[in-house]
Design a protein around this ligand. Structure first.
Ligand code: UDP
Ligand code: MG
Length: 332
């Protein structure tokens, strides 16, 4: 039986501090799996440099030069984590992988979970989600906000796997299916469950970042959550409609009540209540228009259909062997 060709896809953005530490771990994993006979010798570590401004690309080039199992592609500019992962998955597909695992480059996700992901893949699963075991190492605040985040996403109609980020194995068929999702607003962890196929989860303990600092401060996290909701669900708009209906009904009662007070001669000059209603309605309408505007903005971006990633450089020649020039010059 032909052995699985596995690609480990690693997005990197300004990671010169951590890459020298974790690079060896990824390569060690691939080589270990190859020597155990679990995956084919064509398996690779594929770095996606997301337009870093530091020495990240140089490190990737050095690692690729030092070992044939390492490859790298570089995006023409920084496009964000989700687009970098997508670029890596599509490149792995084009290079003929059977399965690809996406993992962050900072060593937070336990690379040894790949073994169990492979077990599940061999069992027929097309998607295997890496799920954080528990959050006992987190502070109460972190645990509470993270878990509320997943609950909120689900409540808003975005189907996500609890405590799963972007550490996942996808089989070739799943990647092919993903390539048919044409949206430019990407939220991969919400798109993967929509693909279907047999899937499962493996749990692992998430560690601290090995070096460098996070690129996901609270603001970016909230943006990702908001993008996730508006990319995957129209539930907020439906909730606006329902709120509109509820407010209309309440106002109907209010109108009846004010008419009755006029008829019974009890009307008093009510500036405060009028002002409160005006402020409240003004705020509510601005909020609702904002939410609807978010969706219109998304439609605007989608209709443009801009490329979701642009690859500027590769550490290898992507052309078919017979298309390559006979006298190969090192273009790196
Ligand atoms: N990343 C990326 N492009 C970006 C931001 C981040 O490719 O614009 C990569 C980053 O190098 C890392 C992964 O995405 O491999 C996750 O980022 P980070 O560790 O900063 O996020 P956190 O784990 O703190 O949520
Ligand atoms: Mg991280």
């Amino acid at each position: 039986m032909k052995k699985t060709v596995l690609y480990i896809v690693i997005p990197c953005y300004n990671e010169e501090e951590v890459l020298p530490l974790t690079g060896g771990q990824f390569l060690g994993k691939i080589k270990g799996l190859i020597s155990q006979g679990r995956v084919g010798d064509e398996s690779r570590v594929l770095y996606v440099d997301d337009g870093s401004r530091d020495g990240t690309w140089r490190i990737i080039e050095d690692q690729a030069r030092a070992d044939g199992h390492v490859m790298g592609i570089r995006q023409s500019r920084n496009r964000g984590h989700q687009n970098a992962v997508l670029a890596g998955l599509m490149e792995s597909y084009a290079l003929g992988c059977d399965a690809a695992v996406s993992i962050d480059c900072d060593g937070q996700d336990d690379i040894d979970a790949v073994d169990r992901m492979l077990d599940a893949y061999e069992d027929g699963c097309e998607i295997v989600y890496g799920v954080r075991e528990d959050r006992h190492t987190d502070t109460f605040f972190k645990r509470f906000t993270a878990e509320s985040y997943y609950r909120f996403l689900r409540f808003m109609g975005a189907e996500v796997v609890f405590n799963h980020a972007d550490y996942r194995l996808m089989g070739r068929r799943a990647i092919e299916a993903l390539s048919q999702f044409k949206e430019v607003n990407l939220f991969l962890r919400g798109m993967a469950p929509l693909i279907g196929f047999k899937s499962t989860a493996v749990s692992y303990a998430r560690r601290e970042r090995q070096a460098g600092r996070s690129h996901y401060p609270l603001g970016k996290m909230l943006k990702l959550a908001f993008d996730g909701i508006t990319s995957l669900s129209v539930k907020p708009i439906r909730m606006i409609t329902l709120t509109g209906i509820a407010i209309s009904l309440i106002s109907l009662i209010g109108i009846l009540w004010s008419l009755i007070t006029v008829w019974t001669g009890h009307a008093v000059p009510g500036w405060a209540s009028t002002a409160c209603i005006v402020f409240f309605m003004g705020g509510l309408q601005a909020l609702f228009m904002g939410i609807i505007g978010e969706y219109i903005g998304k439609i605007y971006l989608e209709t443009k259909g801009r490329p979701r990633y642009i690859i500027e450089r590769r550490t290898f020649d992507a052309r078919e062997p017979d298309e390559r020039p006979i006298c190969e010059v090192d273009k790196r």
